[in-house]
Design a protein around this ligand. Structure first.
Ligand SMILES: [Zn+2]
Length: 290
């Protein structure tokens, strides 16, 4: 981002960890069929070394953003892709709108747009979402959360291949298509989302603290929507469990303060994000980072 004479100071980071479980099969598309994939039409994304399926952080983050934009009634006004399938996202068009837009603040504005170069209030995106790998046993002798999946004799490792018929609406001819999915019940872990609190030119982090609740909102919206493709045909329902929310103030990174557990719960509904704001403010005023 082209910005001059601006000071951005990190005030602290909120770390959200947990597990992601598939309630229905998941399809996140990978690169077009390579030789080792055996010619499947529609493969999923896999780790290049282990060949295990994983969830790219960008898929999770992108879906959270679009659900939050719709929740907040933000107009999808920017084309990412003009050819079919058309992809549009929301981007604020004025500094005034941006100042109040949780979606653009949390998920960021695309840099490089001429009209935004002059804006002096742009902060870095607050949220990053890491890739989530297929869960492994948590220690020697611990149970493998994906044992059934690892032992299953599936056509391709860790996945099922569904045959679906695409019906031509005019001629009624059926075209069989393959669609690869990670089966329901698969567990991905560790899930990790990092939300940073920034202070731009001494304006404080009060809004960043207040916007944190929208991260949890977006996760909740995702549980009642779908991740990846074929959601309208039943795929992509996920659940977040074993959640932990930790705050690391600036002073933690300087070695003069401890991290603080803000909340811990079996599922999203049991967390209380409203409660975190006060705890974060207190941690910031107590530490050297305040
Ligand atoms: Zn916006």
């Amino acid at each position: 981002m082209e910005q001059t004479a601006q000071t951005i100071i990190l005030r602290g980071k909120v770390i959200i960890t947990g597990k992601l479980t598939l309630i229905t099969g998941l399809h996140i598309g990978g690169a077009a069929a390579g030789l080792d994939i055996g010619g499947i039409d529609n493969p999923i994304i896999r780790h290049p070394v282990t060949r295990e399926p994983y969830i790219p952080g960008s898929s999770l983050r992108g879906k959270m953003r679009s659900l939050l934009e719709r929740h907040l009634g933000k107009e999808a006004n920017t084309f990412i892709q003009r050819r079919e399938p058309v992809v549009r996202v929301h981007q604020c068009v004025s500094p005034k709108e941006y100042a109040e837009c949780a979606a653009c603040q949390i998920f960021g504005l695309t840099p490089g747009d001429k009209e935004r170069r002059e804006w002096t209030t742009i902060k870095p995106a607050r949220l990053l979402v890491r890739d989530v790998m297929l869960a492994k046993p948590e220690g020697p002798g611990a149970e493998d959360p994906n044992r059934a999946l690892r032992e299953a004799k599936t056509e391709l490792p860790f996945t099922e291949v569904k045959w679906e018929a695409a019906i031509d609406r005019v001629t009624a001819a059926a075209v069989p298509r393959q669609n690869e999915r990670v089966p329901a019940g698969a567990v991905f872990s560790p899930l990790e989302l990092v939300y940073s609190l920034y202070d731009l030119d001494g304006t404080g982090s009060e809004q960043d603290i207040a916007w944190l609740k929208y991260v949890f909102k977006a996760m909740e919206l995702l549980e009642d929507d779908y991740l990846g493709g074929y959601g309208s045909r039943g795929a992509g329902k996920v659940n977040f469990t074993d959640l932990e929310v930790t705050f690391k103030p600036r002073a933690y990174y300087e070695g003069t303060a401890e991290k603080e557990l803000l909340g811990k719960a079996g599922n999203l509904r049991q967390l209380d994000p409203a409660d975190y704001e006060g705890k974060i403010r207190q941690a910031l005023s107590g530490g050297q980072g305040a």
